[in-house]
Design a binder for this molecule. Structure first.
Ligand code: 5GP
Ligand code: ZN
Length: 312
């Protein structure tokens, strides 16, 4: 008798990815972690986002949308390059002369790489949708602070065959900037509302202290501080059974006065502003729903369909 085949994480992830591609829900866009999406996939995203916006409505957040590209000067102030250099993406452009262009074309015709003719455009890809906000807030905030509703594409350079890990994905964030005490209260209140929504959608979600993959030796200390100071919580859903600890589909972050200091933002009481955000990954929650309830939304449980605003 042959030994039973024990599934391993790598093959289970690949299998999920292949099923998503075969069903047409995801479309291979040529690099690991880059996908197109079918209309059905984005219908789920839209309904999910409607449900999320519904629970966040009491916040009366100011809705803003930014491009997924922002100035390097602002990226610099976030210190992202210190914590996550490996995830960073920067934009290059061509600013050469006619002669440079001719050399580029010759190199290209010879099958050579033409990267050398491009130079940094002083713009970066946005790694978290709140980054382009902070420069806009420099100065004094009103007492009680401000709340923002931000959504859009994020880029993180981490090619992977796991369909839960994309290089370009959409994030929807609710961000508070203002007084210290209110910032933590904001995180603690709204992460729970988000958790409840995920549970109402039939996901086996739970809250865990986050352990971000800060880079290198210095990063290990940042990771310890994050845990010790309870700065970040993640909403985790099992996707691959007990082969891993689940995947974070949402998070709640206390930034302390980091962005307030860097961008010169003052709270209404004159102190350096503190910030917090609660975010969810639009593709990740959609994939968690597909993994949990199957690839046919028409046959999802009726209470889940109702919660998404669909006919039960
Ligand atoms: P965070 O800033 O906490 O790392 O990311 C916020 C949320 O964005 C995460 O909870 C997750 O839902 C989503 N997210 C982060 N990284 C990825 C990724 O590689 N792929 C996808 N699809 N979503 C991600
Ligand atoms: Zn944020």
């Amino acid at each position: 008798m042959s030994a039973p085949v024990v599934p391993d994480l790598h093959s289970v992830r690949n299998e999920f990815r292949n099923e998503l591609l075969a069903s047409g829900l995801l479309i291979d866009a040529g690099k690991p972690g880059l996908y197109g999406r079918s209309g059905l996939f984005d219908d789920i995203v839209d309904s999910l986002d409607g449900a999320l916006t519904g629970i966040m409505a009491p916040l009366d957040a100011e809705r803003m949308r930014f491009a997924p590209v922002y100035p390097k000067t602002e990226f610099e102030l976030t210190d992202y390059i210190v914590s996550f250099p490996n995830l960073t993406g920067s934009i290059n452009g061509f600013t050469g002369t006619d002669r440079d262009h001719a050399s580029l074309i010759t190199a290209r015709a010879n099958g050579e790489d033409w990267n050398d003719w491009l130079s940094p455009a002083e713009t970066m890809l946005v790694p978290a949708v709140c980054h382009p906000l902070y420069e806009r807030l420099s100065g004094s905030l009103p007492v009680g602070g401000r709340v923002f509703d931000l959504a859009g594409y994020c880029f993180r350079h981490e090619p992977s065959s796991d369909p839960m890990r994309l290089q370009a994905f959409r994030m929807h964030e609710f961000v508070y900037v203002g007084e210290e005490e209110t910032a933590r209260e904001f995180r603690d209140t709204w992460i729970v509302r988000l958790l409840v929504l995920l549970q109402e959608l039939g996901l086996d979600a739970r809250t865990v202290p986050a352990n971000d993959p800060f880079f290198g030796r210095a990063g290990r200390m940042l990771a310890r501080n994050q845990l010790a100071d309870d700065l970040k919580l993640e909403l985790v859903v099992p996707i691959y059974g007990d082969l891993d600890d689940g995947t974070a589909v949402g998070s709640g972050n206390c930034h302390g006065d980091h962005f307030g200091q860097s961008f010169g933002i003052l709270a209404g009481d004159g102190s350096v502003a503190h910030g917090a955000c609660v975010a969810y990954g639009m593709e990740r929650v959609t994939l968690a729903l597909l993994r949990t309830h199957g690839f046919e939304p028409a046959s999802w449980p009726s209470d889940v369909r109702k919660r998404l605003g669909w006919a039960a």
